[in-house]
Write a protein that binds this ligand. Structure first.
Ligand SMILES: [Zn+2]
Length: 51
Protein backbone atom coordinates (compact mmCIF):
# COMPACT_ATOMS: atom_id res chain seq x y z
CA UNK A 1 0.00 0.00 0.00
CA UNK A 2 2.48 2.62 1.16
CA UNK A 3 5.67 1.39 -0.41
CA UNK A 4 7.11 4.79 -0.98
CA UNK A 5 6.62 8.16 0.54
CA UNK A 6 7.03 9.82 -2.84
CA UNK A 7 5.55 8.77 -6.11
CA UNK A 8 1.95 8.02 -5.33
CA UNK A 9 -0.08 6.92 -8.28
CA UNK A 10 -3.09 8.93 -9.24
CA UNK A 11 -6.25 6.87 -8.81
CA UNK A 12 -7.73 8.24 -12.02
CA UNK A 13 -4.96 8.53 -14.62
CA UNK A 14 -2.50 6.18 -12.92
CA UNK A 15 0.45 8.50 -13.34
CA UNK A 16 2.91 8.80 -10.55
CA UNK A 17 2.98 12.19 -8.97
CA UNK A 18 4.22 13.75 -5.80
CA UNK A 19 1.49 16.32 -5.65
CA UNK A 20 -1.74 14.58 -4.90
CA UNK A 21 -4.97 15.53 -3.25
CA UNK A 22 -6.32 12.86 -0.96
CA UNK A 23 -9.90 11.82 -1.50
CA UNK A 24 -12.19 9.22 -0.04
CA UNK A 25 -14.15 7.07 -2.44
CA UNK A 26 -17.62 5.63 -1.93
CA UNK A 27 -16.14 2.77 0.10
CA UNK A 28 -14.27 5.15 2.38
CA UNK A 29 -10.97 4.14 0.87
CA UNK A 30 -8.20 6.68 0.54
CA UNK A 31 -7.35 7.54 -3.02
CA UNK A 32 -4.73 9.94 -4.32
CA UNK A 33 -5.64 12.20 -7.18
CA UNK A 34 -3.21 14.38 -9.09
CA UNK A 35 -4.07 18.03 -9.58
CA UNK A 36 -4.96 17.40 -13.23
CA UNK A 37 -7.62 14.88 -12.28
CA UNK A 38 -9.16 16.80 -9.38
CA UNK A 39 -12.11 17.99 -11.54
CA UNK A 40 -12.79 14.36 -12.49
CA UNK A 41 -12.64 13.31 -8.88
CA UNK A 42 -15.15 15.99 -8.01
CA UNK A 43 -17.40 14.72 -10.80
CA UNK A 44 -17.17 11.19 -9.44
CA UNK A 45 -18.44 12.58 -6.13
CA UNK A 46 -15.32 11.70 -4.23
CA UNK A 47 -14.98 13.49 -0.94
CA UNK A 48 -11.89 15.44 -0.12
CA UNK A 49 -10.28 14.05 2.98
CA UNK A 50 -9.64 16.62 5.67
CA UNK A 51 -6.01 16.85 6.69
ZN1 LIG B 1 -4.34 11.96 -12.46
Amino acid sequence: MFKKIFGKSCAICGKKTRETTVYLNERDETVHVCFQCVPQAERKALRRKPR
